[in-house]
Design a protein. Structure first.
Length: 554
C-alpha cells in the first residue's frame, strides 16, 4: 500500500478510535458501542481490501455495516436509567458520534468498483449522518440554542442535497426530498418575517400590556414570556418580603420594615407588617378602616405611580367627604391568605389597631372552602410556553401542547353539573359568621363584599379559554365565585347590621381591568375603590354624625 493511500486509512482508524472512546464516555449501551466498532472495522477492512479482488468481501462488509447502522440508534433506547429522550446536550454528543462514523464510511463507498455497491455503502453513512443531524436539531431546539440550531439546519440541508445527487429515487421520493430542502431553507426566512413587532426584554414595560387578552391573542409567545417574568416577580416578592410564621399556622408573614420592587412599583412594609406607611400606636380621634383580604387587597401594582385600592379609597374619602377627623385605611391584605388565615390573625394583628370598620374583600384563595356545595375537579398544571430558536416553531409547539392539554382536561364538572343546594352551610359561610361575630363583639362596623374576576359565566368563551391556559380550573372558579356571591349576599340579608357591597358592576367580567384572572390593573383598583367608596359613604357619614364618634374606640 502506497504511503499516500495509507493517510486516509490512518485518518479513518483515528476517527474510529475517537468514536469508540466517545461512545464509552457517553455510557452508550454495549450493543451500540459494539455496533459502532463493527461498523468502523468493516469499513476499514473494506478500505484495505482491493476492490478488484474482494467484491464478495465488500458485499459481506456492506451487510455488516447495514446491520450495525440499525443497531446503533436502536441501542440508545435501551438505556436503563431514564431511557433515551431527544433532549439535552448529550444528544448533540451522540450527533457528533454519528457524524464521525459516517465520515469513516463515506470514503470507503468511493473505492468500490460497482456503482450498486457504492450506493449501498453510502446508505448506512447517510442514515447515520441524518440521525446525527436529527439529534443535533432536537438538542439545540430543546435547549434554545439558535446558532447551533441554524448550523444543524445547514448540515441537514447539505445532506439532503447530497442524497438528492447520489441516489436514484422514484418521483414521489424526489418530491419529498425537494419539499424537505425547501422547508429547511425556508423556515428561518419565514420566521424572520413573522416574528412579533416586539420582544420582551429582561425588564418588560408593563405599559405595553403584554398580559392583556388582545395582545396575547396576537402574540401568545409574548404573553407566555410575560407569565414567566411574572413568576420571577412573585419569587422576588417572597424572598424580600416574607418570613415564616412562628406558630406555623399561616403560610407566611410580611416582614416588618422590608422593601422591594414589584415590576416597576416600590412595595414597602411598615413596622407592624402591613403594606403602606407606618401606623401610630395611639389611634387618637382617627377613624380607622382595615381592608382585610388577599393579594388582590395587598395590591399587585405594576407601575411606579400605581396604588392598591385601600390607598385609593383613603384618598377618595379625604378629598370628597372632607371629614372633620383623620381617616386611615390600613391595608391588611396578604398574598396567599384566605378568610380563615385572616380570621386567625384578627385578635393579634387587627383588633389591637382598634378599627372602626373592617372591609372584607375575600374570594379566590378561599374557594376551596365551598367544595361541599361545588365539588372541585382536580386538574393538572397547563403547559408553559418555551423559547425556541425559531419563534414560528415555538408558537406551533405551544399551540399543539395547549390543544392536547385541553382535550385531556375534560373535567367531571361538565358531565355532572354540581348542585348549589346549601351554600350557606359551607365552611366559607361558617368562617364569615365567625368574622361577623368578632366584629359585633368588638363594636366594629363590618362591610362584606363579593368578589370580582376577569371572566364570569357571561364572558366570551374565547376570553375564558385564554385564561384557562394559566388557570386550568377557570370554569370551576367562575361557578365557585357565583356560589361565594350567594354566600356573602345571603349572610348580609340575614344580618342587617352588616353592610354589603356589590363589586360586580363595571368590574366583574371586564377583563381589560385585570392583569390576570383576579389581580387588577390600576384601572381595576380604581374601580374597586370607587365601588367601596359609594358602598360605605352613608355608613361613614352615619358613624361620624354620632355624638360619641370622636372618642369611639380610642
Amino acid at each position: 500500500m502506497k504511503r499516500t493511500a495509507s493517510i486516509p486509512v490512518l485518518i479513518q482508524a483515528l476517527l474510529i478510535g475517537c468514536a469508540m472512546v466517545m461512545s464509552i464516555r457517553a455510557g452508550m449501551p454495549w450493543p451500540g458501542t459494539a455496533g459502532l466498532g463493527l461498523l468502523g472495522a468493516s469499513a476499514l477492512a473494506a478500505e484495505l481490501t482491493p476492490a478488484a479482488r474482494g467484491e464478495r468481501f465488500w458485499k459481506w462488509g456492506m451487510i455488516v455495516a447495514w446491520v450495525c447502522t440499525l443497531v446503533v440508534p436502536v441501542s440508545l433506547f435501551l438505556e436503563k436509567d431514564e431511557g433515551f429522550t431527544f433532549d439535552g446536550y448529550v444528544n448533540a454528543y451522540y450527533a457528533v458520534l454519528a457524524w464521525l462514523i459516517a465520515a469513516v464510511i463515506l470514503p470507503t463507498s468511493n473505492r468500490t468498483v460497482s456503482p450498486a455497491l457504492q450506493a449501498r455503502w453510502r446508505v448506512p453513512a447517510m442514515i447515520l449522518a441524518f440521525f446525527g443531524g436529527f439529534l443535533w436539531l432536537t438538542s439545540s431546539y430543546s435547549q434554545n440554542l439558535p446558532a447551533a440550531f441554524h448550523i444543524g439546519l445547514l448540515i441537514n440541508l447539505i445532506l439532503l442535497i447530497l442524497y438528492r445527487c447520489w441516489f436514484r429515487m422514484p418521483a414521489f421520493a424526489i418530491q419529498g426530498v425537494n419539499t424537505l430542502i425547501l422547508l429547511l431553507a425556508g423556515l428561518p426566512l419565514v420566521d424572520l418575517f413573522i416574528r412579533p413587532p416586539y420582544r420582551l426584554d429582561a425588564h418588560p414595560d408593563p405599559a405595553k400590556k403584554y398580559y392583556s387578552y388582545e395582545n396575547a391573542k396576537r402574540n401568545p409567545g409574548g404573553f407566555a414570556s410575560w407569565q414567566a417574568h411574572s413568576l420571577q416577580q412573585w419569587v422576588l416578592l417572597e424572598n424580600n418580603l416574607y418570613r415564616s410564621d412562628p406558630a406555623g399556622v399561616l403560610p407566611w408573614r410580611l416582614k416588618p420594615n422590608s422593601h422591594t420592587l414589584l415590576f416597576q412599583s416600590r412595595i414597602s412594609i411598615n413596622s407592624k407588617g402591613f403594606r403602606g406607611q407606618d401606623i401610630h400606636e395611639e389611634k387618637g380621634k382617627a377613624y380607622r378602616i382595615v381592608a382585610l383580604g388577599e393579594s388582590t387587597t395587598f395590591g399587585i401594582t405594576l407601575n411606579a405611580e400605581d396604588k392598591p385600592w385601600p390607598e385609593l379609597l383613603e384618598q377618595m374619602i379625604r378629598e370628597r367627604l372632607k371629614p372633620g377627623r383623620p381617616v386611615e385605611v390600613i391595608n391588611a391584605g396578604v398574598p396567599s391568605y384566605d378568610l380563615k388565615h385572616n380570621l386567625y390573625r384578627l385578635p393579634t394583628d387587627i383588633l389591637p389597631l382598634k378599627p372602626d370598620m373592617i372591609i372584607s374583600y375575600h374570594g379566590y384563595n378561599g374557594f376551596h372552602l365551598i367544595e361541599k356545595a361545588l365539588p372541585l375537579s382536580y386538574v393538572k398544571a397547563p403547559p408553559m410556553f418555551e423559547e425556541r430558536p425559531l419563534r414560528l416553531l415555538a408558537n406551533c409547539e405551544y399551540r399543539m401542547k395547549l390543544i392536547c392539554f385541553k382535550q385531556l382536561l375534560t373535567a367531571k364538572l361538565f358531565l355532572h353539573p354540581p348542585s348549589f343546594s346549601n351554600p350557606l352551610e359551607t365552611a366559607y359561610a361558617q368562617t364569615y359568621r365567625q368574622l361577623m361575630q368578632l366584629a359585633q363583639t368588638n363594636g366594629i362596623r363590618l362591610v362584606l363584599a363579593n368578589y370580582s374576576m376577569a371572566v364570569n359565566d357571561r364572558s366570551d368563551p374565547d376570553v375564558i379559554e385564554f385564561y384557562r391556559a394559566v388557570f386550568p380550573a377557570v370554569h370551576w372558579q367562575i361557578k365557585a365565585n357565583a356560589v361565594h356571591s350567594m354566600i356573602v349576599q345571603g349572610l348580609a340579608q340575614e344580618h342587617p347590621e352588616v353592610c354589603f357591597v356589590d363589586t360586580h358592576p363595571h368590574l366583574d367580567g371586564e377583563h381589560q381591568k385585570f392583569i390576570d384572572l383576579c389581580h387588577f390593573t390600576q384601572e381595576g383598583d380604581r374601580q374597586l375603590a370607587e365601588t367601596f367608596f359609594a358602598g360605605i359613604k352613608q355608613a361613614l357619614e352615619t358613624d361620624w354624625s354620632r355624638p360619641d364618634s370622636g372618642s369611639a374606640r380610642q
